[in-house]
Design a protein. Structure first.
Length: 590
């Protein structure tokens, strides 16, 4: 019988001994514990990083709020009772000495007269403490303290701003803090002085102004005539012409000025244009003219995208051709004035208009010359003048005056503090005739309505420290005549004229057609509106004014019929207006 030897039995045993298992478990446990410690450490580090990031954001927010305070508030520094919220570890014997930055050792600016409604520097009780929490980090409060100090390393008049934001880490219980520093000062020349940028926007007065001339505009729109008999379709100017309106516009000018820390000006010119517009957007307009000029300047030296300080003037001569539409035996023609000279100027260096001193931010826009802007109708070979407005001239200006006063025609003739802003516009129209035709019986031989003396208007507005409630200067002059059915009635127009006149209906017959026309003249007075909630200081909403020279509108209702085709429309002409506005808001507490 064969027997296994002990050596053979031992060779066949499988598995680990108890001691081997215990050793293996101890090694695995140690590895797992090490991994857990690494993970916990990573979580703690992430939480601390999150808290520091939020603490930095809080400090930045408080610093921006601090810098947004008026310079006069900042210059008073801390209220003498700023420690009303408790001891301050960053202050020792009236000096700023934060433990996190031992190198800082500066005298605090303290004033017993400091206001107590200007957080974060001086809130209720004079406290300089701001407390904030974040729901994403429960149990952590960020405490920010704001300071104004006198740093001997900076120039006189410079305020050193410091914000220290502190908190206690919610896992380690370790105190943490973030410290931010900045500087602030007012310009040596006071608010509005651009020579010492950067400086606090809150210390700067705010100015704005704009002006412009709205040129004469004639518009043709359908009028209901004979819906039962088939008349003009709704929205159709002429039968089958697929155009719902016509417009011819003379040249216009515009200027603008804005100023706070820096000044920017712009000017523009719109050349005469004409168009027939369809009611359906899929149908193209018939247009002519409409060129535009634009110019801009700024003293924001070095800013990305800022306009140059002294760009060359932009000038051009407008061109336009007559445009026509026909339908139902009637032809309508619009002619935008051609040959108009326009110029747009903007500068911080040179004068933009007579009376504006060089070196003051300004803008100017002018148009002169050219041919008349007109609208006409042809029926059975006979021409009818719907409107014919002679080319005149217009000029607009805007100016921000800080170191040199303007002339009488510019405004801001005296300056103080931050200065003054002004804007204005003036226009002239030499001739205008409406409804000229060989009317029956010799009626209205020189038209249904016409200017018998040139039309002029102007407006000027200004606002500044010494001009908080200065009234607008408005002027308008013209004499017009309208056909009353038996003769002409004369109307003297000035800035206060407000009236409506309905003229007599006149008739022309020829070629199987009958044309009738009835004029209406509407005159509105010059307007001026002011908003001076605080006319002494012009703080808060500031002091503003807007004005225009009023309007003169001539509307003539035309009808034409040959018994089959029937046309009715209204030709309305506004002689335009000059307009301007200006606003000034003083720097708060500055």
């Amino acid at each position: 019988m064969n027997r296994l030897r002990p050596r053979d039995r031992v060779g066949r045993d499988d598995g680990f001994t108890l001691i081997e298992l215990v050793v293996a478990m101890m090694i695995i446990t140690m590895v797992l514990v090490s991994l857990m410690m690494v993970q916990v450490s990573a979580l703690v580090t992430t939480a601390q990083t999150r808290q520091r990031s939020l603490g930095t954001a809080v400090a930045n927010q408080v610093m921006e709020e601090l810098r947004a305070l008026p310079h006069l508030v900042l210059s008073r520094g801390l209220h003498t009772s700023f420690q009303s919220a408790g001891p301050d570890a960053n202050v020792s014997a009236g000096r700023l000495r934060p433990p996190s930055s031992p190198a800082i050792n500066e005298a605090l600016v303290l004033t017993s007269s400091q206001v107590t409604d200007a957080p974060p520097l001086s809130g209720p009780g004079g406290s300089n403490v701001t407390r904030q929490t974040d729901p994403s980090i429960p149990g952590v409060e960020f405490v920010s303290r704001a300071y104004v100090s006198d740093n001997p390393a900076t120039a006189d008049g410079v305020l050193t701003l410091t914000v220290v934001t502190s908190w206690t880490a919610n896992r380690t219980g370790t105190p943490r803090s973030v410290l931010l520093r900045s500087e602030a000062y007012a310009p040596q020349g006071g608010c509005g002085d651009n020579a010492n940028m950067p400086f606090l926007g809150a210390c700067q007065a705010l100015f704005s102004a704009s002006g412009g001339s709205v040129g004469p505009v004639t518009s043709l729109t359908p009028a209901a005539f004979d819906p039962v008999g088939g008349g003009v379709a709704p929205g159709e100017l002429l039968p089958g012409a697929v155009h719902s309106s016509g417009t011819v516009t003379a040249a216009g000018t515009g200027v603008g000025v804005t100023s706070q820390q820096t000044t920017s000006t712009e000017s523009s010119v719109a050349m005469p244009t004409s168009s027939f517009a369809p009611p359906d957007a899929a149908v193209p307009q018939v247009t002519s003219g409409g060129a535009k000029l634009h110019n801009g300047a700024s003293d924001d030296v070095g800013a990305s995208g800022a306009a140059p300080s002294n760009p060359p003037a932009q000038s051009a001569v407008g061109t336009a051709s007559p445009i026509t539409i026909s339908g139902g035996g009637v032809t309508l023609r619009l002619t935008a004035g051609s040959g108009v000279s326009g110029a747009a100027r903007s500068s911080m260096v040179a004068s933009c208009a007579s009376g504006i001193p060089a070196g003051q931010g300004c803008s100017g826009a002018t148009v002169t010359g050219g041919t008349a802007t007109s609208a006409g109708m042809e029926v059975a070979g006979q021409a009818f003048t719907l409107a014919d407005v002679g080319a005149g001239a217009s000029s607009s200006f805007g100016a921000r005056l800080t170191t040199a006063a303007g002339a009488t025609g510019i405004g801001c003739t005296v300056l103080d503090g931050a200065g003054c802003v002004a804007a204005g516009s003036s226009r002239s129209i030499p001739t205008a005739v409406f409804g000229a035709a060989p009317w029956a019986g010799g009626a209205a031989p020189t038209g249904l309505v016409r200017l018998t003396s040139a039309y002029t208007d102007s407006v000027l507005v200004q606002r500044g420290k010494l001009q908080p409630v200065t009234t607008a200067t408005r002027a308008r002059s013209a004499v017009l005549a309208y056909w009353n059915g038996t003769g002409y009635s004369s109307v003297n127009v000035n800035a206060t004229t407000s009236a409506t006149y309905v003229g007599g209906t006149t008739t022309w017959t020829g070629g199987g057609w009958t044309v009738t026309a009835t004029p209406t003249v509407t005159i509105t007075p010059a307007m001026s509106m002011t908003d001076n909630l605080d006319p002494v200081a012009c703080t808060g909403e500031g002091c503003s004014i807007s004005a225009d020279a009023g309007s003169v509108n001539v509307a003539v209702r035309w009808t034409a019929t040959d018994g089959a085709a029937q046309v009715a429309f209204v030709a309305t002409t506004s002689l335009g207006t000059s307009q301007a506005d200006a606003a000034y808001r003083a720097a708060p507490d500055a």
